[in-house]
Design a protein around this ligand. Sequence first.
Ligand SMILES: [Zn+2]
Length: 251
Amino acid sequence: MFMAWRKRAFLVHLKYRVRAIPFYGNRLFCPVCGMNARKFMHFGVVERTDAQCPRCGSLERHRLLWLYLRRHTTLFDEPSPQGPPRKLLHVAPEPCFEPRLRKMFGNGYLSADLDGSRAMEKMDITSIGYPDGSFDIIFCSHVLEHVVDDRKAIGELCRVLKKGGWAILMVPVTAGRTFEDPTVTDPVERLRLFGQEDHLRRYGPDYADRLRDAGFEVRTVGAGEIASAGEAERMGFAGIADKVYHCLKTD
Ligand SMILES: [Zn+2]
């Protein structure tokens, strides 16, 4: 299973490098991979222009998050050589982040996914097979909207995080208030109600309450607090509504 994941990651990397060649230029910049581009690729069911970096695959929200991580977190700080190595759990690993985080964390890096071929380890986040306080940092973005019992998953993520640790738990927020209906199982009906065939709910800004209920202290940060309007234009995330949900486990 581990080898399947390595092979897949290598092939994705190779494909992205080749497809990026005609996109090099000076108009846009990807803060994740450092590419200077004349344009980004279109992306989305409702197609968005300049959405996906051809070189690393980052979307608008990934570039926003990476910039946030650089400017407002300790992610890029070198760990103390005397201390134990930092441990990071990366759920449903985004191909644009995976190689960078793996390099940064070395043996402390663990990627996990419900589909074992997509990560180092097969994992159901509503039942995580690790003891309390196993990880310093957790990344789990655009996953919870696919999970039946998202409150249980949030509780598990909080449990396996160390006291003093932090997590990035982003979801699409597309409603004024969260609404869900577990009786809806038809993909067409899910698409109509929840915006995607495999989404189980629409989240509203009250999503942060679910995080707090699990014991997290939550910082909700929008693009305007992370980058100037000019930077947002140049990095291809101007007008993004996504927010970073930075969750701290303080006790
Ligand atoms: Zn990139």
